[in-house]
Ligand binder design. Structure first.
Ligand SMILES: [Zn+2]
Length: 121
């Protein structure tokens, strides 16, 4: 049984009190310019998912509390939740540092983009 805590309202419960929404941090490819999206980009958006053994990042919705979506970092081996964070946020830095493989690459790219955006403003 999975036990979760909603980071928005603080509701506690098992996985039946929440709705699993699949992989976190999936971004739709440039939907403002659909003619320039390649078939591969569209296929990756629709079908390609990270499926690691170990630390994974997921979307969950608080069904019996506030009804809000949030992100959770969960170890797929131990089933332990490591962190909960907002739907528009990145995981806490110590959790991102533990990410491996495709997740590590993703967070490095996001942090680099955020630093570049911060440097412009
Ligand atoms: Zn909630």
């Amino acid at each position: 049984m999975l036990t979760l805590v909603c980071p928005v309202c603080g509701a506690h419960g098992d996985e039946t009190d929440f709705h699993a929404g699949g992989q976190a941090h999936i971004r739709r490819p440039a939907s403002h310019d659909p003619e320039h999206i390649s078939d591969q980009e569209q296929a990756d958006y629709l079908f390609t998912r990270i499926n690691p053994k170990g630390l994974h990042f997921e979307r969950w919705r608080c069904d019996r509390g506030c009804g809000k979506w949030f992100h959770a970092a969960r170890d797929t081996v131990t089933l332990e939740f490591k962190a909960y964070y907002g739907i528009t946020e990145l995981p806490p830095p110590d959790i991102m540092a533990q990410a491996r493989g495709a997740w590590a690459d993703y967070f490095k790219a996001r942090q680099k983009a955020a630093a570049k955006a911060g440097a412009k403003s």
